[in-house]
Design a protein around this ligand. Structure first.
Ligand SMILES: *Cc1c(COP(=O)(O)O)cnc(C)c1O
Length: 219
């Protein structure tokens, strides 16, 4: 699909587009940037950093893949949003690196909502443990902005919409019980090329779209 059409479709629904540029060259990113796109997502730290170094500095970079603790330091100086907070240990590392860089880092709690073993993510009790730690830690340099999740690869739209519904329900519960309806806790990152319209119907505020914009990946 052409970028301008997708972008205006999402703007009309007040949903943020994260253009997922993994495995694609910087020239592809620049093409979209010139059309006005500034939010880009990558799933590997090294690839994200090497692209960031050669691309315009006003791009907002999103880390959407699993993050290893020993790699946090490479993105801490500039990352715009980490979608994949999936452990308390990782929280502590991100907080420490944020402090070293004298900045705050925004994160999403990644939940496991699919029925596949390969997907990373928290369950509700692990998430509550992180939130309680966060809220007892008055000098945290982390901002918890919301939740992220991936649905199963499935042909069944009912199954996909049920998984997205479960993430929306988790978000609503956490927002009321732990964030006191705080406006900072506002993002639901769900939806990819194959299921973004279902995700939006279920309350997504941010979609992460790669192949629909850039073509299929060979890797
Ligand atoms: C690759 C990826 C996407 C985008 O997938 P497409 O199907 O190409 O749109 C979204 N989210 C995550 C976490 C990804 O790894």
């Amino acid at each position: 699909m052409m970028y301008p059409k997708l972008k205006s479709e999402l703007d009309a629904q007040k949903v943020e587009l994260i253009a997922v540029s993994k495995a694609k060259p910087v020239s592809d990113i620049l093409d979209l940037y010139k059309m006005g796109q500034i939010h880009f997502g990558e799933n590997k730290v090294q690839e994200l950093v090497s692209k960031m170094e050669v691309l315009p500095k006003d791009i907002c970079w999103h880390l959407i893949g699993h993050l290893q603790k020993n790699k946090v330091k490479y993105i801490a100086p500039f990352i715009y949003l980490i979608h994949s907070l999936d452990s308390l240990d990782l929280y502590k590392t991100i907080d420490k690196e944020a402090k070293k860089n004298n900045r705050k880092i925004s994160v999403l709690l990644q939940f496991f909502i699919a029925d596949e073993e390969t997907k990373f993510g928290l369950d509700i009790n692990e998430a509550i443990q992180i939130i309680k730690f966060h809220q007892s830690n008055e000098s945290s340099n982390i901002i918890i902005c919301g939740v992220m999740g991936m649905a199963s690869y499935s042909e069944n739209p009912v199954k996909i919409s049920e998984e997205f519904k479960s993430l929306k329900a988790i978000f609503d519960r956490l927002k009321v019980e732990y964030f006191n309806n705080n406006q900072e806790f506002k993002e639901i990152s769900m939806g990819m090329s194959g299921d973004y319209q279902i995700a939006i119907d279920e309350g997504s505020t941010m979609v992460r779209i790669g192949s629909l914009l850039f073509g299929n990946r060979t890797t």
